[in-house]
Design a protein around this ligand. Structure first.
Ligand code: ZN
Length: 136
């Protein structure tokens, strides 16, 4: 059993944005020298999330619009009394801070239409995502 960790640094460009990190996570896996196991992606921020979905621009807009419907950015939140980003924290809690993907024969077992996305909810900011791979 072996473990490997890599950090991915991201500079996001918008307040709310989906950033496809599949390529960068795959590069981390190549550097790991692990053929079979599990790959964990983890975001270290309370105003971001991770998700897996299709990289199709209309779907990405639909997802961001769904977040706006579920957690409107202009609603009245208590956290905004100290920090004007309650919507971002709440949206983050509806999603998840991590993804786990099986690794077989050195490759991520993603389906044809599956991409890994970093979900920026309070950008633009500099962000850091950790990739940890456990296996043999
Ligand atoms: Zn805050």
């Amino acid at each position: 059993m072996k473990t490997y960790t890599a950090n991915i640094k991201l500079a996001t460009n918008s307040r709310v944005e989906l950033v496809n990190i599949t390529q960068r996570v795959s590069e981390a896996l190549r550097g790991a020298g692990i053929k079979n196991g599990l790959l964990l992606v983890f975001t270290r921020h309370t105003t971001s999330a991770l998700t897996i979905n299709e990289d199709e621009h209309r779907l990405k807009r639909d997802l961001l619009e769904l977040l706006e419907k579920l957690v409107p950015s202009d609603a009245d939140y208590r956290h905004n009394e100290i920090d004007n980003n309650a919507d971002a924290h709440l949206r983050s809690s509806l999603m998840q801070p991590f993804l786990i993907i099986p690794v077989i024969n050195g490759s991520l077992q993603l389906g044809t239409w599956q991409s890994l996305f970093f979900v920026e909810l309070d950008g633009p900011r500099n962000r850091e995502v950790i990739v940890t791979i456990i296996g043999e």
